[in-house]
Design a protein around this ligand. Structure first.
Ligand SMILES: *Cc1c(COP(=O)(O)O)cnc(C)c1O
Length: 307
């Protein structure tokens, strides 16, 4: 996958009649419609590992609408690697929704498991059973959350000026936030807006940094420049209300940016709020990382104007 499509775009967002907020957007959503945004960043080194270790295929995990699952399916197919997707929910089938249909079309073998079995995915017996069924496969954790996922995300800022006062991005597992944070420099404040319920993200990112950097003092310096927002805007993960749809449509009409209802819209909303509240100064240099997530949007047809 070539990341040269991921341009940096300058946006002038109207705040009031005589005031606009100017910032840059790193358009990782343009890398590919399916292997999009941070999903390619997290897969790049994992797929190289599959080749290097001569693995026979790749296994990964996700929910019914998982951007990570379908990105893995397409990236694996392009790399000529068989893929297996373990899906949370044994009531589902490969026909249940456009995301799962696309996974199947990209040649991914789907295995549907109950939520109870899925929550055991970290247990070694569960992994051993999977590897008995799919011998020689390389396992990528849910959301691409591993060391290789994190170092792939370090490329994002390296393709920019990397001298921002503020960087905003959406978070799920925090892997992208961790990669962005360790590759950021000097004064940059990194804001990760969690799409999930709960306050675990700050700690999770801290743990990833400790594992990667070994040194708690160095990690502490990075953590001082991290802000994790877990405000659960618009009702929390997967919740989409009229107000959010209106916001997504407003942003689209004003900037032509397409934001998804789960991740990027909530991060964008937080950034605009920070500008309005004065947390971002008008002289600050600001970057929004568009992490993609636009696949599977057919389900929003008739509501979201860009679909
Ligand atoms: C998966 C996803 C995220 C979350 O990335 P993490 O590395 O898990 O924090 C953010 N934005 C979009 C659009 C995504 O698809």
């Amino acid at each position: 996958m070539n990341t040269s499509n991921s341009i940096i775009q300058e946006i002038r967002f109207p705040i009031s009649e005589n005031e606009s907020f100017c910032f840059e957007v790193k358009r990782d959503d343009l890398i590919d419609p399916i292997v999009s945004g941070n999903k390619w960043r997290k897969l790049e080194y994992n797929l190289l590992k599959v080749e290097e270790l001569n693995k026979t295929g790749i296994i990964t995990f996700g929910g019914a609408f998982s951007n990570h699952l379908v990105a893995t399916a397409k990236a694996a197919q392009l790399g000529g690697v068989p893929s297996v997707g373990v899906v949370r929910g044994d009531e589902l089938t490969s026909d249940s929704n456009p995301t799962l249909k696309a996974c199947t079309n990209y040649g991914m073998e789907l295995v549907f498991v109950s939520r109870a079995a899925y929550s055991g995915q970290c247990e070694s017996t569960y992994m051993n059973d999977l590897l008995m069924r799919f011998p020689g496969h390389y396992i990528v954790p849910e959301g691409g959350k591993n060391y290789y996922g994190m170092i792939g995300c370090q490329h994002i800022l390296k393709e920019t000026d990397n001298d921002y006062d503020h960087v905003y991005l959406a978070g799920g597992t925090g892997t992208t936030g961790a990669g962005v944070l360790v590759s950021s420099k000097g004064k940059t404040k990194v804001h990760v807006i969690s799409s999930l319920k709960g306050d675990f993200l700050y700690k999770d990112i801290q743990e990833m940094l400790i594992l990667a950097l070994f040194d708690e003092e160095i990690v502490g310096d990075f953590m001082e420049r991290l802000e994790v927002v877990s405000d659960n805007y618009f009702g929390g993960y997967g919740k989409v209300n009229e107000e959010l749809i209106t916001f997504i449509n407003d942003v689209f009409h004003q900037t032509h940016l397409k934001l998804d209802p789960i991740y990027t819209s909530k991060a964008f909303f937080n950034m605009i709020s920070d500008y309005k509240s004065g947390k971002i100064k008008s002289t600050d240099k600001v970057l929004f990382i568009h992490t993609g997530g636009l696949q599977g949007a057919e389900v929003w047809k008739g509501k979201i104007d860009w679909v």
